[in-house]
Design a protein around this ligand. Structure first.
Ligand SMILES: [Zn+2]
Length: 402
């Protein structure tokens, strides 16, 4: 173990140098016991150098207090947040995630967000007042397991008992929402099976999981969903993905800023991508969900303003920034075309507009030109591969196809 302790002097300086600001981490759990900076052996994949401090996020932490304890100024925290507006990674920190700090003569030089062995984001000082980010994402290996259960009470509770996580249950519900009403149609004694894959990097579970296949025996009928190259299909190869709409508004609005992965930062001259499309919407314009999905975040960010994140299955994600009002809450299931918010001018914004992002497999793409999924079946020439895959998953569920 490396003995990395915060010098007492720095702690004291931090204590009276700045008022703690209101900016807080998203997960507000009850205030836990005193938060201590921990001495740990850093195991960063992205950096050869060892951070000066490593801090493990605890319940009730705020970014402000963590920075304050290290004696890093709030001004620098806002410089990091300014860079974070492109990826909104800080808002996803949860207890157990680690922050690595590199300081140079009392100034923050680099900050690493370590979400897991597979996922890190690094903010590095690129100019006097500007940080740039880089992302590390490792695929690792995915190990499959089969979970099975019987309906007794709600689907949620039954699936929980079988070992599924809340987020996975939500994904199952969203996937089959057009096929079954989970509240009304399921009966006690109905059975379900789920093949889930869990990600490992260097033998360490990252906490990320993926649904591979599922089967629900609802009285006399059988509902199935199989993940094939990131899209879900039923046993017959019919798509379960509903199509997207191109525009997140009812009317057409002027595009005030295009998606641009190569946009340059005016100060550093380095690439600071514009990961979305901006529409010149007046404040109060209804914003629509562009596909069926689950709301995973409704958050305020000092630069992104009020924003919403929607996950559409395993592969697609959309984000809506600078809103004036959210009409949905975290965890809510939404359908394509549903009014989810009113546009605004919140956060740092040069005028009223809607910033809209579409992500495919965790990467932002141009929402105006990206091939939008259409509800087609499995391609003819991929039919054999699809059948082999479903047969293998069904075998794991103990289904004899003979
Ligand atoms: Zn924008």
């Amino acid at each position: 173990m490396l003995g990395i302790y915060l010098p007492a002097a720095a702690l004291m300086l931090g204590a009276f140098s700045f008022q703690p600001l209101e900016y807080s981490l998203p997960l507000k759990l009850p205030e836990s016991a005193a938060v201590d900076l921990q001495a740990e052996e850093p195991t960063s994949l992205t950096q050869l150098s060892i951070p000066d401090y490593v801090y493990t996020i605890q319940s009730g932490d705020t970014l402000s207090t963590i920075f304050e304890r290290l004696g890093v100024s709030q001004k620098e925290m806002y410089q990091v947040l300014e860079s974070d507006v492109s990826i909104l990674a800080l808002d996803t920190l949860k207890p157990g995630d680690k922050l690595g700090f590199w300081l140079e003569s009392g100034q923050l030089h680099q900050l690493e967000l370590r979400f897991s062995a597979a996922e890190q984001v690094v903010f590095t000082r690129a100019a006097a007042e500007v940080f740039e980010y880089s992302e590390v994402r490792l695929e690792g290996e995915w190990r499959e397991e089969m979970l099975a259960g019987e309906i007794n009470g709600s689907f949620y509770n039954s699936a929980k008992r079988a070992g599924l996580r809340a987020s996975e249950i939500q994904r199952v519900s969203a996937l089959l929402q057009d096929k079954i009403n989970f509240r009304r149609d399921l009966r006690a004694g109905d059975r379900f099976q789920v093949v889930r894959a869990e990600q490992y990097v260097d033998g360490e579970a990252t906490g990320n999981t993926r649904l591979e296949g599922l089967r629900i025996l609802n009285r006399s009928r059988e509902l199935t969903a199989f993940n094939f190259e990131g899209q879900f299909y039923d046993l017959n190869g019919e798509s379960l993905a509903s199509a997207f709409i191109r525009y997140p508004t009812k009317g057409k609005y002027r595009l005030s800023s295009h998606f641009n992965p190569f946009r340059k930062h005016p100060v550093t001259g380095r690439v600071r991508p514009h990961n979305g499309t901006d529409f010149a919407t007046p404040i109060g314009t209804p914003v629509l969900a562009t596909g069926d999905g689950v709301v995973t975040r409704v958050t305020k960010h000092p630069y992104a303003g009020l924003y919403i994140v929607i996950e559409h299955g395993e592969k697609y994600k959309t984000r809506f920034l600078h809103l004036s009002k959210a009409l949905v809450t975290k965890g809510q299931t939404v359908s394509r075309g549903q009014k989810i918010a009113l546009s605004g001018n919140s956060g740092r914004s040069t005028g009223p507009h809607l910033h809209y992002e579409l992500h495919v497999n965790g990467r932002p793409v141009n929402a105006m030109t990206a091939p939008i999924p259409v509800a087609d079946g499995v391609d003819k020439d991929e039919r054999l591969a699809f059948t082999q895959r479903t047969q293998r998953l069904l075998e794991q569920m103990g289904v004899n196809q003979g």
